[in-house]
Ligand binder design. Structure first.
Ligand SMILES: [Zn+2]
Length: 376
């Protein structure tokens, strides 16, 4: 199933997927369930009771398919581990699992990590079929009965394997495609090509789903489309920022707050400047970061006379001015849109997603100008 982009390389950016419940560990990898997955299980068991199969067979079938998806994800994680890449977590969604790797695997590593998942499903499917003495005709599988349980589990695995091999990035097949393109082209260009192919296939898949009224397929298409668009944009951002340090794009002209300032004073600063996130100082030392949302929350809950020290984030994101900009980009996310640029203990700048966006826009324009001047 689709594997999410790594959220960044440092622990501080390790934001787990939200909306998950419970969990256990397999080979040290935490496995969690998205709440929609739990809803699906309840739904499947609910609709599965009755019909031509017994309740026990229904339960067995659901558990077997769930196990197949899990084995798929665990195989990704095990091959990643062979390359020394840790898997942060596996989250089970209704349409399959999503593994979160600590960082983007390179070249052939990605090829084998991506192959491992669908590969094991194909092996399980074929092995189960081979173990059957006589094959049931396909049309008999359409009606679930107790007798064709093994064939249905086999078929489920074959479908799971083949479907994931579709070259629709960020699904496994798309990752395989990306790693093959990356053998000849720069990493980020390969991602952009694979992401375009992924978007195209997602649209085709969505249209087919609409025409055949297959809502699961429409759902998967949407998931693939969003994933491809997101990863394509991230790759474009990386290629536009590559070769530059954080220093080149940071904001050096900014305001700070003192820990003894009130939320009212912080609010005044928010209104009178274009800044949204404020470093909070204790003398020369940075002790926190007050974001706009934290400021507004404090204004509503604790009131304007409360102190910024109570509302600020003490566990803020810090980056070095010499860190490469593309690495810094991976650390910033929708959750953390501002990082403090620290030279040792000294605050030297701010790095925000908004500002980085402006930086990449300017880079895009200057690259286009370079190209036209080369042509003349
Ligand atoms: Zn997979």
């Amino acid at each position: 199933m689709p594997d999410r982009t790594p959220a960044g390389e440092s622990k501080s950016t390790d934001t787990p997927i939200s909306g998950t419940v419970g969990g256990f560990r397999v080979f040290g990898v935490p496995i969690r369930f998205h709440f929609t997955f739990v809803l699906l299980l309840v739904f499947l068991i609910f609709v599965g009771v009755g019909g031509k199969q017994s309740g026990a067979t229904t339960a067995l079938y659901v558990v077997a398919l769930f196990g197949s998806v899990l084995v798929h994800e665990i195989c990704h994680a095990l091959v990643a581990k062979l390359y020394g890449l840790q898997t942060h977590e596996i989250v089970m969604f209704p349409i399959g699992g999503v593994s979160r790797l600590e960082k983007q695997p390179k070249g052939k590593q990605e090829l084998f990590i991506a192959l491992a998942g669908p590969g094991i499903n194909l092996i399980i499917g074929l092995a189960l079929l081979a173990a059957q003495r006589d094959f049931l005709p396909l049309e008999k599988l359409a009606v679930p009965t107790d007798a064709n349980l093994v064939e249905r589990i086999a078929l489920g695995n074959l479908l799971l394997g083949l479907f994931n091999l579709l070259p629709a990035y960020p699904m496994d097949g798309g990752r395989i495609l990306r790693s093959i393109i990356a053998l000849r082209k720069p990493e980020d260009e390969a991602t952009q090509i694979a992401a375009s192919a992924g978007r195209f296939l997602a649209i085709a898949m969505g249209l087919f789903g609409l025409l055949s009224q297959n809502f699961v397929l429409i759902f998967v298409a949407l998931f693939v489309y969003l994933g491809a668009a997101q990863e394509g944009a991230a790759a474009r951002g990386r290629s536009l920022t590559s070769g530059f340090p954080v220093r080149a794009a940071m904001i050096t002209d900014f305001h700070t707050l003192s820990h003894s300032n009130t939320i009212r004073e912080a609010g005044d600063l928010l209104l009178s400047t274009s800044q949204q996130d404020f470093p909070v100082m204790h003398g020369e030392e940075v002790i926190g970061l007050l974001t706009r949302s934290a400021l507004l929350r404090a204004m509503l809950s604790a009131g304007p006379d409360s102190y910024v020290a109570a509302a600020m984030d003490r566990d803020f994101l810090r980056v070095s001015p010499d860190l490469s900009l593309s690495d810094a980009l991976a650390h910033l996310s929708t959750m953390r849109s501002c990082a403090l640029v620290m030279d040792g203990d000294r605050l030297v700048g701010l790095l925000t997603t908004e500002h980085l966006y402006e930086f990449t826009m300017l880079r895009q324009i200057s690259l286009a100008q370079e190209r036209t001047s080369h042509q003349q």
